[in-house]
Write a protein that binds this ligand. Structure first.
Ligand code: FES
Ligand SMILES: [Fe+2]
Length: 447
């Protein structure tokens, strides 16, 4: 497969299958994409108290995400400044200090080096080894959005808000359902033999697969959606660095629509209080509710409402997930359950049950999806198959432009189309290709 040729042709919606298997592309992704963009690491609710930490990574760099003594969340490189030992060996916990296993240099939870054995004898004190200059190194850039902690390995990365851009309008519908914001449980982590882009693309806009791939969960009555005709009525939105799918709810107002998918009145009240008029209009009068989406490059969200209550009622859940490439054909998935902090306890429990049944390592949707994605990846490993063009042209008009025009009165930012189409998959891959081509201005380039 000719990488330059493949990257140049993304806008046509036709590209070789090898983009899901080529090891050379994986190396380019590491260098030009994952070393530069913002990467989601953790949610602040995972480290609620001073000293709470979780260990996460970007590519091969391990970071300690820790809340320090004064409540600030820090992202510290998990590498001792002496000889490079991994300082924190646990995945999560609470600690006032991190002591290196090798020679016992000791760091406080804010990263300061506070203990060096035989500091005076061995180094001549701070004149020889300046402890103030030898603390754990922070990630080059750290920023948050609605409690989501992101970091970038690139000191020159544009601010996170600029990177997300108008996608924030839609992300809020998942993450900002009250002033309190969400809390998360998890993550569940597992590895899958598939290329990371397949999942990211699927969540960004593949409403076309759900009626077929997930037919069994509808057949047994566990999910009201996704039925083919219902999915087709939904809108696909793309804004800033993200895109996603929506369902069309029965015509009603905000209260009726959110009640239809299982939100209790008290939660609806809080949403009404924090959502903008345009956000309320989108979900209320217009009846579009967010389903799956992806924030470029590899953070996805999902919102659905299975029937999990003994009385047959539906309960909605929200989940976040990260697709981290381990190789061109292997991905580590991390999946979190998210729920509004102010939600009643019964809702949190029922919503968690809804999540576990649907997504995560044992979720029914998850199992249906992954068989497709591992198969695509495995087929794309073939030397010949890798060179054959796949088709992502759905929704493109034969002579250029789109088959159906974007919605003119769509209340949200960006563009939206009703019906099936691979607009978002193309946006995502165009952005991906722009990074790999090293275009000077790739942020916000895809429209
Ligand atoms: S490597 Fe950490 S104290 Fe020596
Ligand atoms: Fe799916």
């Amino acid at each position: 497969m000719d990488i330059d040729e493949a990257l140049a042709g993304m806008a046509t919606g036709r590209f070789p299958a090898g983009i899901y298997s080529d090891p050379g592309l994986h190396e380019l992704e590491r260098e030009r994409l994952f070393s530069r963009t913002w990467q989601f690491l953790a949610h602040e609710s995972e480290v609620p108290r001073p000293g709470d930490y979780v260990v996460r990574r970007i590519l091969d760099d391990s970071f300690i995400v820790v809340r320090d003594d004064v409540g600030k969340v820090r992202v510290l490189l998990n590498m001792c400044r002496h000889r490079g030992m991994q300082v924190c060996r646990a995945e999560a916990g609470n600690a006032s200090h991190f002591r290196c296993p090798y020679h016992a240099w000791t760091y406080r939870s804010d990263g300061r080096l506070v203990g060096v054995p035989f500091h005076a004898d061995a180094y001549g004190g701070d004149a020889g080894l300046d402890r103030a200059a030898s603390g754990l190194v922070s990630a080059p850039r750290v920023d948050t959005f609605r409690g989501l902690v992101f970091a970038s390995l690139d000191p020159g990365a544009a601010p996170l808000a600029e990177h997300l851009g108008d996608a924030a309008f839609y992300l809020d519908l998942y993450l900002h359902q009250s002033e309190a914001g969400v809390e998360v449980r998890g993550p569940q982590r597992w590895q899958v033999d598939c290329n990371w882009k397949i999942g990211a693309e699927n969540f960004s806009g593949d409403s076309y697969h759900t009626p077929h791939t997930h037919v069994s969960v509808v057949d047994i009555g566990l999910f009201l959606e996704p039925k083919g005709h219902k999915r087709k009525e939904g809108a696909l939105w793309w804004a800033g660095a993200g895109g996603g799918t929506t369902y069309k709810l029965p015509t009603g107002d905000l209260d009726e629509n959110l009640a239809y998918i299982g939100y209790p009145p008290e939660m609806v009240e809080r949403m009404r209080a924090v959502w903008s008029p345009a956000q309320c209009d989108l979900v209320g009068q217009r009846g579009f509710i967010v389903s799956a989406s992806t924030a470029f490059p590899n953070l996805s969200l999902v919102h659905n409402w299975p029937r999990v209550q003994p009385d047959g009622h539906v309960v909605p859940f929200i989940s976040l997930r990260l697709w981290q490439p381990l190789s061109s054909t292997r991905t580590e998935i991390s999946s979190w359950f998210a729920v509004d902090r102010g939600a009643p306890d019964w809702f949190k429990e029922a919503s968690y049950r809804a999540y576990v049944m649907s997504f995560g390592s044992s979720g029914m949707f998850e199992q249906d999806d992954v068989e497709n994605w591992t198969s695509i990846t495995s087929v794309a490993r073939g030397r010949f198959a890798a060179t054959v063009a796949l088709d992502s042209t759905m929704g493109m008009a034969p002579g250029g432009g789109t088959l159906r025009p974007p919605l003119e009165d769509w209340p949200g930012p960006g563009t939206a189309h009703i019906g099936y189409g691979e607009y978002n998959q193309r946006h995502l891959l165009e952005l991906w290709a722009a990074h790999l081509r090293d275009d000077a201005q790739h942020e916000g380039q895809a429209r």
